[in-house]
Design a protein around this ligand. Structure first.
Ligand code: SER
Length: 581
């Protein structure tokens, strides 16, 4: 079965059940500063999940192009991608669990639709916690459809809860569908969610809560359904493939890489998969209707890193200036479904070429120095070698990089290069170091205060500290009013007067992520990260962020905080400059 057939079957199935087709939105979300990219079909629908009326009614179906870089470390295996298409059907306060589960099962297994083997399907449901009870309703519906209890796992929030996409917004328990991709003669009776051979292919989310700013789950005014089926995975399993890269959405790309490199996929799976995946994601980002180009901030920065990573794996295969050749194949595969790729072809090829060639030179020098044992800071400042690449190389060689040392040197470096070039270097080095530490702590307070006052998640898009002032860039769609500015100042000054301790904890990245500490989307962190938090304990900290420091020991050291300027630096990006008096 070809991808086109799956796409059209999906739309037809739900159309015949009263759904209206909506087009894929851009990869760059509209009016949503909490995420850089559309990571699921639900983003463009958030206002309607929250209760606004959709012009096409209560039942919708779509195929959404998505970028998810959160899983970037998994790319290289047989089933994870940074770009993928999500097939979704939606109930906006209309049908709920019974209908959607029955339809999902029918679409997957009926010979008229995908005709998958019922005996290779397993599911999971939410086990319940203080926020929401065990989903016995979903459990019973699956049983009534003939799924054996041993194949219905009850799992916690970590597995069976979806959303919100940012920090606040619609979310709820879900039920996920898995397909056995291992040996068909050895299908286990019991489902085991740890086995990579049980591949998740579809997720039905019962969006009935709104997670608010305080982390509470409030019932939404309506009960919604949001489903997401991964096209690449579905295409593979429908065709009996145990590797997504062997399907028609990837295989021509892999063949091209084999041809250019003279190497075999069977010997170089990881590198070839990463190249195929990253060049595909880059082609879609460059070819998006919003026309994103590589840059040092936001979406452009993610794009830059995807291209650079592809180039780096290309070097491993011994190929250069290859991304354009691969992009042409990708455009060809998708030209009928996503015509924007053809219309933006020149832009895609030009940017891939320029970014790729620039980086090849950097890579050449940097790799040599890395081999000699040069440290991450020197590699970055002297050779322009990105720290995330140093981290990745170090991981491959089981070496560790002292990120705290790197961050400390970077802060110092930024301060020195700016103050000295501007001829403003006043105090001695120690004094200037003390000032930047204070301003760094103030930056953390500022980010949290902005979030409190503006009522939205504040995502940092850049920070720069000199001995004299802090500069903080963040995604926000409009000017911060004078009144809001005053409120932010008051909050920061109040936290200073409270003389709160600034403390550090170091923990495993997965655990650190669970604390809800602020961290930059898509950024690479080591396996161990430090969190700096303001307050007496991490649990009730006023601010907590992944950060390498340095910081002062107590907010009482900061003096008086004052915002001196608030301005736009780009569409949707505001900049605040502030001082401590
Ligand atoms: N939002 C859910 C997901 O991304 C279902 O579409 O998995």
């Amino acid at each position: 079965m070809q991808s086109d057939e799956i796409r059209s079957k999906f739309l037809k199935f739900f159309e015949s059940r009263g759904h209206k087709i909506i087009p894929s939105a851009s990869l760059v979300p509209e009016n949503d500063p909490s995420v850089l990219f559309t990571t699921a079909g639900m983003h463009p629908l958030v206002p309607y999940l929250m209760g606004e009326k959709h012009p096409l009614g209560k039942r919708l179906v779509n195929i959404q192009k998505c970028i998810r870089t959160g899983d970037i470390d998994e790319v290289g295996d047989y089933s994870h991608h940074t770009f993928f298409e999500m097939l979704g059907n939606w109930s906006l306060g209309d049908y709920f669990k019974k209908e959607v589960i029955e339809w999902s099962y029918e679409f997957l297994t009926s010979p008229e639709w995908l005709g998958l083997d019922k005996n290779r399907i397993a599911v999971s449901v939410f086990e319940g916690d203080p926020d929401s009870p065990f989903d016995d309703e979903a459990f019973e519906i699956w049983k009534s459809l003939g799924i054996d209890e041993k194949r219905i796992a009850r799992l916690p929030k970590k597995n069976n809860w979806w959303g919100p996409a940012g920090v606040t917004g619609p979310c709820g328990p879900d039920t996920e569908m898995f397909y056995w991709v291992g040996d068909p003669k050895k299908i286990p009776e019991t489902f085991n969610d740890d086995s990579p051979l049980w591949l998740e292919i579809w997720n039905d989310v019962f969006m009935q809560y709104d997670k608010n700013k305080d982390g509470k789950f409030e019932p939404l005014s309506q009960k919604n359904v949001d489903t997401g089926m991964g096209l690449e995975r579905t295409l593979a399993v429908v065709n009996g493939l145990d590797d997504n890269y062997k399907s028609e959405l990837f295989w021509p790309i892999i063949k091209k890489i084999e041809e250019l490199s003279g190497k075999k996929y069977e010997d170089e799976k990881k590198a070839m998969r990463i190249i195929a995946d990253h060049v595909k994601a880059s082609t879609f980002i460059l070819g998006d209707e919003k026309g994103i180009a590589p840059s040092n901030t936001g979406q452009g920065y993610v794009l830059r890193r995807l291209i650079r990573r592809a180039v780096r794996y290309g070097k491993q295969l011994g190929i250069k200036s290859f991304t354009g050749e691969i992009a042409k194949i990708i455009i060809d595969i998708y030209k009928n479904t996503y015509p924007e790729l053809s219309s933006n072809k020149d832009f895609i090829l030009k940017n891939l070429l320029e970014e790729g060639e620039k980086f090849e030179i950097t890579l050449e020098h940097g790799l040599k120095e890395f081999e000699k044992g040069v440290d991450a800071f020197t590699l970055f400042t002297t050779y322009g070698f990105p720290v995330e690449l140093t981290l990745e190389l170090a991981r491959e060689k089981s070496q560790t990089i002292d990120m705290e040392d790197f961050n400390k040197k970077m802060t110092e470096h930024q301060k020195l290069s700016q103050t000295s070039s501007a001829g403003m270097f006043k105090g001695g080095l120690a004094d200037a170091g003390e000032e930047t530490k204070k301003l760094h702590t103030a930056t953390h307070l500022l980010r949290q205060a902005l979030e409190d006052v503006l009522g939205e998640k504040i995502v940092q898009r850049g920070s720069n500290i000199t001995a004299e002032r802090l500069r903080f860039d963040f995604a926000f769609p409009r000017k911060v009013t004078d009144e809001e500015r005053k409120k932010v100042e008051d909050i920061v000054n109040e936290k200073i007067q409270m003389k709160l301790p600034m403390q550090k904890v170091v923990m495993k990245r997965e655990d650190a992520e669970k604390t809800g500490a602020e961290h930059v989307f898509g950024d690479k962190y080591g396996d161990e990260v430090s969190i700096y938090f303001v307050g007496n304990s991490l649990e009730d900290a006023y601010s907590k962020e992944f950060c390498g420091g340095p910081h002062v020991k107590n907010t009482g050291e900061l003096g008086k905080f004052k915002i001196i300027k608030e301005e736009a630096v780009a569409q949707g990006i505001r900049r605040i400059k502030a001082v401590l008096l």
